[in-house]
Design a protein around this ligand. Structure first.
Ligand code: FNR
Length: 339
């Protein structure tokens, strides 16, 4: 049996295959209002037509000051719900499930608003210096994640992913490189985890569907989180009822990553084995054979595909041909797909 094209159930959601379109910011909001545009409809829906099992919508800001850029998608207002609902209806029309990555950029935000972070440390000299978050800032931001989850539910998403990777706000709390706080949100790893813990608890009060967390499992800095700290975070997330760890890396401090095929799979496999939690593998996974190897060797449960899906919206079809496993065509394309 070809595992890449086997179905996968998480709670009440069944994915038709193990291919996930990895969240990728398109910086394509036209009016700086966070609303989706015709481009987003075409972009995401074409990957659903192309038979990806799960479309994970890009990092979407829970507050305007949490945008990476002013052209990011947003979910900080009820005005965003209608557009996202339309997008979900179209994704579902073609048999894919939909997810949304909830995000806050913290010190990596490039917006006109005041930017803030756990500690007043800029990312580098090109970024604004953030102010250290007050208790009020922390409460407001945790609530914004909860409100965003409520809106995601109203918009009809099947899955929510919390963006706790790539050096954005939640990752800034998790890492000792960026969190120098002396209150209960800082200090040892238990303290640094508290912000994410509270976000998960708040989201779960309003959302009972599948909940994923993307982590940076390697910070590429000897003073950053060690892998045993990542295992601690994953274990706590499992206790909190998280369904899957999406295993990425980097972004906390400005270092360049030496990427090679499957460069993040090792950590993904170890988290899965040590913590006994489902994982998603991502990072230069570009062929069906490579994806199948990862799944059959039980190194991950889902395969997140990023740039290969930007190059080829029909990546699933290409992978299926490579694996000798014919897949169903969207009904409009049967005459083209079934030679
Ligand atoms: C990304 N990536 C990314 N990751 C994330 O968690 N949220 C996001 O919004 C984005 N945005 C984004 C935009 C673009 C244009 C690219 C290329 C990448 C990272 C992405 O999801 C993925 O983890 C990496 O690209 C590695 O996987 P691939 O591309 O090698 O399959």
């Amino acid at each position: 049996m070809v595992k890449l094209f086997s179905s996968y159930q998480i709670k009440n959601v069944t994915l038709k295959n193990r291919i996930v379109m990895s969240p990728m910011c398109m910086y394509s909001v036209a009016k700086e209002d966070g609303c989706i545009t015709p481009f987003h409809m075409t972009h995401y829906v074409s990957r659903a037509v192309g038979q990806a099992g799960l479309i994970m919508v890009e990092a979407t800001a829970v507050l305007p000051e949490g945008r990476i850029s002013v052209n990011d998608l947003g979910i900080w207002s009820d005005d965003h719900i209608a557009g996202l609902k339309q997008l979900n209806e179209q994704i579902h029309e073609y048999g894919a499930k939909s997810g949304i990555q909830l995000a806050h950029a913290g010190r990596k935000a490039t917006v006109p608003e005041r930017i803030y972070a756990p500690s007043a440390l800029p990312f580098n000299e090109k970024y604004k210096k953030p102010t250290e978050m007050t208790r009020d800032d922390i409460e407001k931001t945790i609530h914004a994640f909860k409100n965003a989850a409520e809106r995601a539910k109203q918009a009809g998403f099947d899955i929510i992913e919390i963006h706790a990777a790539h050096g954005y706000l939640i990752n800034q709390f998790l890492s000792p490189l960026t969190n120098h706080r002396s209150d209960d949100y800082g200090g040892n790893r238990e303290g640094r985890f508290l912000f994410l813990r509270r976000i998960v608890e708040e989201i779960k009060a309003t959302w009972d569907g599948p909940l994923f967390v993307r982590l940076s499992a390697n910070e590429y800095d000897k003073n950053g989180n060690r892998f045993e700290d990542i295992l601690y975070f994953a274990a706590e997330l499992k206790k909190l009822g998280i369904d899957l760890i999406d295993c990425s890396s980097g972004g906390v401090v400005p270092v360049s990553i030496q990427a090679y095929p499957g460069y993040q799979v090792k950590e993904c496999e170890q988290i899965r084995a040590h913590i006994n939690i489902a994982t998603g593998a991502v990072g230069l996974i570009t062929s069906g054979l490579q994806a199948e190897e990862i799944l059959q060797n039980e190194r991950a449960d889902l395969i997140f595909v990023g740039r290969a899906l930007l190059r080829n919206p029909y990546w699933a079809k290409t992978a299926a041909e490579e694996l000798g496993c014919p897949i169903e065509a969207p009904k409009q394309y049967i005459r083209g797909w079934e030679k």
